[in-house]
Write a protein that binds this ligand. Sequence first.
Ligand code: FFO
Ligand code: GTP
Ligand code: MG
Length: 444
Amino acid sequence: MEALYTNEPIVALATPWGRSALAVIRLSGEGTLALLASSFTGKLDQSHRMVFGKLVDRQSNQTLDEVMIAPFTHGAGYTGEEACEIYCHGNPHLIETILHYLVSCGFRLALPGEFSYRAVKHGKMDLTQAEAVHELIMAQTALAAQSALHRLSGGLGKEFGAIYQAIIDRLGAVEAYLDYPEEELEPFVWLPLDSLREQLFRYLKEEPIGQILQEGALVVLAGEPNVGKSSLFNWLVGSERAIVSPEAGTTRDYIEVTLDVHGYPIRLVDTAGLRESAQAIEQMGIQKSYELLAQADVILYLTTPAQPADDDFMLMYRDKLIWLENKRDALARDAQVGMEERLAISVLKGLGLEEMLAKLVAHIDPDGVAKRREHALLGSLRQREIVQQALNTLVECEALAKEDALDLVAFTLRKASGYFAQLIGTDMQQDAMDAMFRQFCLGK
Ligand SMILES: Nc1nc2c(c(=O)[nH]1)N(C=O)[C@@H](CNc1ccc(C(=O)N[C@@H](CCC(=O)O)C(=O)O)cc1)CN2
Ligand SMILES: Nc1nc2c(ncn2[C@@H]2O[C@H](COP(=O)(O)OP(=O)(O)OP(=O)(O)O)[C@@H](O)[C@H]2O)c(=O)[nH]1
Ligand SMILES: [Mg+2]
């Protein structure tokens, strides 16, 4: 985007294409207000204040729409540039006409994420916040939105900023000692690095849940044919989405839906029942089931009193498996129920299903990290990779310190500080920056 990066005026629709009560067209860049002034009957002289008026095609003198416009003077709006927002009627033909007209006035159509990119360029937000804006828009549950908003409010950027500062302070101490060894400086004022290391380690440890909030946890229903996987799937979805029948081998192609379970986005998959003696098509479905099991975050493994568990299967997936014994209703009342490892349920009678949901959530987020607000979670793979590199560098640094290789210690500390500059975006490679903003929505 650097090649395109200028202050030139850009325009994009900030709301979805289609019919709606209102649509918002966003404009930003040098000269925006002057370019618009002659086409608008109102006066755009006060930043952040909406003005009613007509948007007029000044060549044909035709009114394009009756609108409200909010101007933002240089340095004052989202992008930090001179900008404005046009609130017009939400009709796709009308929007197209207005956009077309604005282009003829000298605005260029914006690239995805170009407004946020400019906001970062002008110091209106750091890179973690720009990422959070995107995540907030993409969030699939209220909990996921909350987590993104926490990052947007500057949580993560501030935390990274503080770590950056701590590293710079230690670097200063080491360099001073190297420059003035006679000064009797406390040689290890900068040690220990433990607390920083632990903080980075915690980010990485909690990162999977950050990822799950954004992308959803992959939850796979598995078990022998006829144990009630599709029945449970339908209960979870809340409609008869999958075919249920007393015949073994009913489900062949797997089915995936996205659900909200207590705020956690879940990608739930119903699979073909696992068995050996199956026909070719069913066997292909079973093959697919195994692929999904390998990728799953959680496996809901169903058995019934009549179809007991497969020990090898349980052992193979033990870390991500929740064992459910279905069809408990079919068993005599005094039969032994609820062995420690397994949860007795009946999809037919609605028994044990709320407990199952609680177990599922506890498996996805055992420490309830997503609901805590003391610190922000990492929000992207990019962040994860950089934090991992920073952590490695600090570990390396401590080893060097033990060997008293102080000039190498300074070198590695400097390297570690560089990672944090990348995280907040004060120093970031252009191609990484481009790749990131390309994922954004138009108009954002
Ligand atoms: N109409 C509208 N609503 C919106 C946005 C927007 O751009 N326009 N936002 C866009 O994502 C979000 C809000 N984010 C915003 C962030 C900063 C500023 C802004 O004008 N900042 C100025 C002045 C702050 C102030 O007056 O306190 C500044 O930082 O200097 C506006 C919106 C959500 N709602
Ligand atoms: N008694 C009883 N029957 C159930 C229960 N849950 C499901 N069933 C019945 O078990 C049969 C099989 O259910 P499905 O949901 O199709 O089983 P499945 O595991 O998806 O089977 P495949 O797709 O063949 O692998 C159906 O007749 C269901 O009505 C339950 O809790 N109790
Ligand atoms: Mg089925």
